[in-house]
Design a protein around this ligand. Structure first.
Ligand SMILES: NC(=O)c1ccc[n+]([C@@H]2O[C@H](COP(=O)([O-])OP(=O)(O)OC[C@H]3O[C@@H](n4cnc5c(N)ncnc54)[C@H](OP(=O)(O)O)[C@@H]3O)[C@@H](O)[C@H]2O)c1
Length: 329
């Protein structure tokens, strides 16, 4: 039986999510790719427990995480049951609906029918009465936004989630969705965009909207799925995401240009006394609007290394412009 490290709140830093009262750890753990049914339960357990032992209170899931889809929630449900149940009130657990989950017209996108059925399925897989945050995973161009927001508000009123969030909505869509929720008396807690040194789209309006609206931001893929680490400095390891069967990162996306930039960034990181992974996380966390970053990991050692990013979150103006120069080359 697992007993959590008693010093787990000593080193983690927490930040309030937008204008809400909810504090999130600066580093959160996502269960997208490395916690599915094909990964031994003990491996997932080691990573989740190591994270919780280090003060990572927030675990990010979605209906479709695995592979296969649904299996990451099943894994997390097993870990809750066998290890983490006594700590439920110390955890912020999120899930999402928005991508393909089951066949037919009701298993995808943003209808009320899909989103609420999906949430019920997620709760069942995890053995929970409620999640802390329920997200619409992506905007649905075919469904009125009012309907998707109404599904979020309904989940909240039913007590099946404590807060609601948006993911992958652009700046205009976010403004609109937050406004609709407001009319329903619901505050949008958080937005989950992709954000890293290699993908800076949030800087073109989204972060401004979130600031205006008091919505927190939690960045996903802050390491560009591993490209902003030393993982690919000497080719593509067989046990890496790009070396495996991941649909989101294949060997073709590990381009010589990206690796070259990563190596230059690594030199700057070393001068700061950090690894590239640590500097990449610090760079996202340094932005005022960023509440937290969600890291993925395939090993406990990666989680431990990444946590040490918190030891240096400050950048000089020269360092920031050097990073811009390398990225712009
Ligand atoms: N809302 C959305 O649409 C959406 C989409 C994607 C992700 N997310 C969320 O964001 C989370 C994180 O996404 P992500 O996994 O792409 O994040 P990421 O942190 O950018 O990439 C994680 C991968 O980077 C590698 N890595 C991590 N730390 C490392 C280190 N110190 N040294 C070397 N390699 C390291 C590992 O790759 P290897 O596996 O090769 O070891 C790991 O699996 C997901 O789990 C999910 O919760 C949300």
């Amino acid at each position: 039986m697992y007993t959590a490290n008693k010093d787990r709140y000593e080193t983690m830093q927490y930040k309030r999510c937008g204008k809400s009262g909810l504090l999130l750890p600066r580093i959160s753990l996502g269960l997208w790719q490395n916690f599915g049914g094909k990964v031994p339960l003990e491996t997932s357990r080691e990573m989740v427990c190591a994270a919780f032992d280090a003060g990572i209170t927030h675990f990010d899931l979605a209906n479709n995480y695995g592979p296969p889809a649904g299996s990451a929630e099943e894994t997390f449900g097993k870990l809750l049951k066998q290890d983490l149940r006594p700590y439920r009130d110390e955890m912020v657990i999120s899930t999402k609906a928005g991508y393909t989950m089951w066949p037919g017209p009701y298993g995808d996108w943003g209808s009320r029918k899909y989103m609420l059925s999906s949430l019920d399925q997620s709760l069942k897989r995890m053995g929970l009465d409620y999640v802390d945050i329920f997200y619409h995973h992506r905007p649905d161009p075919q469904t009125p936004m009012e309907e998707s927001m109404d599904a979020l508000a309904t989940a909240l009123r039913q007590g099946k989630c404590l807060y609601v969030g948006l993911s992958n909505y652009d700046a205009n869509q976010t403004k609109q969705a937050v406004g609709i929720l407001k009319q329903m008396g619901v505050h949008c807690l958080i937005h989950q965009p992709r954000y890293s040194m290699f993908d800076r789209w949030v800087e073109n309006g989204l972060y401004d909207v979130l600031k205006e609206e008091g919505v927190g931001a939690i960045a996903f893929s802050p390491l560009a799925q591993g490209l902003l680490t030393s993982r690919y400095f000497n080719g593509i390891p067989a046990d890496s995401r790009a070396g495996g069967k991941s649909v989101s990162l294949d060997a073709h996306r590990v381009t010589p240009e990206k690796v070259e930039k990563a190596k230059k960034l690594d030199q700057l990181a070393q001068a700061r006394g950090q690894s590239l992974a640590q500097m990449a996380l610090a760079w996202v966390l340094e932005k005022e609007q960023t509440t937290s970053v969600i890291i993925g990991a395939s090993k406990v050692s990666q989680i431990k290394e990444n946590l040490d990013a918190l030891n240096n979150l400050v950048f000089s103006a020269d360092e920031l412009s050097e990073i811009d120069r390398i990225l712009g080359d």
